[in-house]
Design a protein around this ligand. Structure first.
Ligand SMILES: CC(C)(COP(=O)(O)OP(=O)(O)OC[C@H]1O[C@@H](n2cnc3c(N)ncnc32)[C@H](O)[C@@H]1OP(=O)(O)O)[C@@H](O)C(=O)NCCC(=O)NCCS
Length: 436
């Protein structure tokens, strides 16, 4: 953090003395006003529900320029990572700050591959769930449950424990997600297979069965890998902030990541791709492309309560760079599977075309986000809709872990403890029950 020559002055209309506040500069993006001493100096808090103007930490991991539609992991544009690197290289980059060389990559891949199995006892834990349980309910439980199985990596203040917990979480998430899926359909679990890539192994654990050999389709493998890369981190979003806040109490990494999984489950966060696919299916049922114009009129009519799901973003006020990459993957996957004429894809492209030319969307800077196409890709691969958020959790685990480890290693880190503006009753007396 670099102290700026610039300073902020806060003055008050009630005659209270003005205070001078230091300003810090980042490498890119807005400067921050340091208000840490504000309460001590003025007896006042700041008010910012939803953190619209509050930087909750300093971070060197991910940078988003929402106006430009730019996403960088450790300084590298997402487009370059998605085309030149695989997911495990991206994990290495997010965790350690640099892309691996060939030897480092081979070692890292080997380490992750050697940790993909879960304790055999986990399947009995899983058996306690109803078969129709939502996969996110199962995953929240299983990820939290890992802390009961891996006692040698639960001390968040020990760098070696943090390192081994990171590897274990990245390695075991695909196994747990696939187990949650297989359990739901009553199929046998598939053990991981070490000669396959991270994405290939996941596809086999999802769609293979013990009776026959599973051949990984390289186009689908690449598509899965790209979905993982695009979802690997996204700076201080709701689930990442949850992981940081949860971990700030010193709880173990598995518990902190389980909190992230729980937060991600919400429809305003990880559940949006599911909502987008449901929307496309609804339009399709009601007449498809021919009814797109009618649907868009409803979207623009505020009283209808209808939104174009997969459009708009809190941070991106331009094309989400991940949406472009996902559209490309969508083309590849549908061509590979002979689904070029997939009506939902045609519908999505038509909706996008209209929206990009329509004043309502242009004026509000509403562009497609990553979820607009990711649901179509996942559906084509064969992933059930209720598992979409689980796939997102799998991919985001590395981001959560990298951010958690960054926070714990930061000498300025403190337990997260927001303040409040109290609007309830002033002190009052309890009356005997008969007089209330
Ligand atoms: C993501 C989202 C919650 C961002 O919300 P936000 O930053 O609070 O932005 P706002 O809700 O203030 O949007 C600004 C304006 O655009 C409108 N708008 C935003 N997203 C819209 C959408 N998908 N369809 C129609 N109108 C939309 C809002 O109604 C608002 O209009 P107004 O200024 O006339 O009141 C919002 O765009 C949304 O709900 N999108 C659909 C769900 C989705 O795809 N989520 C995935 C996020 S990765």
């Amino acid at each position: 953090m670099k102290l700026s020559d610039n300073k902020a002055t806060l003055s008050f209309s009630n005659g209270k003395a003005a205070v001078e506040l230091p300003v810090y500069e980042g490498t890119m993006g807005p400067d921050v006003i340091d208000i840490r001493k504000l309460y001590g100096q003025t007896g006042m808090f700041t008010y910012d529900p939803g953190f619209l103007s509050t930087a909750s930490c300093q971070s060197a991991i991910t940078y988003i320029d929402g106006d430009k539609g730019e996403l960088l992991y450790r300084g590298y544009p997402i487009e370059q990572l998605a085309t030149n690197c695989d997911y495990l290289e991206t994990c290495y980059l997010l965790l350690y700050g640099e892309l691996p060389n060939a030897t480092q990559k081979a070692e890292f891949d080997e380490r992750v591959t050697r940790h993909t199995m879960v304790n055999e006892q986990m399947q009995f834990f899983l058996r306690g769930f109803r078969r129709d349980a939502h996969p996110m309910a199962i995953l929240t439980g299983l990820v939290g449950g890992l802390s009961a199985f891996y006692h040698d990596s639960t001390d968040i203040n020990n760098p070696e424990h943090r390192e081994i917990a990171a590897i274990r979480l990245i390695a075991k998430m695909p196994t747990l997600v696939a187990m949650a899926y297989k359990y739901g359909i009553g199929a046998p679990y598939m053990y991981p297979q070490n000669n396959l890539s991270y994405a290939g192994n996941f596809l086999r654990m999802m769609f293979g069965n013990p009776c026959e050999e599973y051949k990984v389709n390289p186009v689908l493998e690449r598509a899965m890998d790209r979905i993982f890369i695009l979802h690997a981190d996204h700076e201080q979003n709701a689930s990442t902030s949850t992981v940081r806040l949860c971990g700030s109490s010193g709880t173990n990494p598995f518990a902190a990541i389980a909190a992230g999984v729980a937060c991600l489950w919400g429809p305003a966060h990880g559940g949006a791709n599911e909502a987008c696919l449901n929307m496309l299916e609804d339009i399709q049922r009601n007449g498809g492309v021919a009814k797109v114009g009618e649907f868009m009129e409803k979207v623009k009519d505020k009283s209808s309560g209808v939104k174009l799901m997969g459009f708009g973003h809190r941070v991106y006020k331009n094309y989400d760079p991940r949406a472009k990459l996902m559209q490309e993957t969508c083309n590849e996957v549908l061509a590979e599977l002979g689904l070029e004429k997939d009506p939902l894809f045609a519908l999505a492209k038509q909706l996008e075309k209209i929206a990009l030319e329509d004043d309502y969307f242009v004026q509000r800077k509403l562009y497609p986000n990553v979820d607009f196409y990711s649901g179509i890709v996942q559906r084509a691969i064969g992933i059930p809709v209720n598992l979409f958020t689980g796939i997102f959790a799998l991919a985001r685990t590395v981001g959560w872990i990298a951010q958690l480890n960054e926070m714990i290693s930061d000498p300025e880190y403190k337990i997260g403890r927001p303040r409040q503006l109290f609007t309830g009753h002033a002190p009052r007396q309890v009356q005997p029950i008969g007089q209330r």
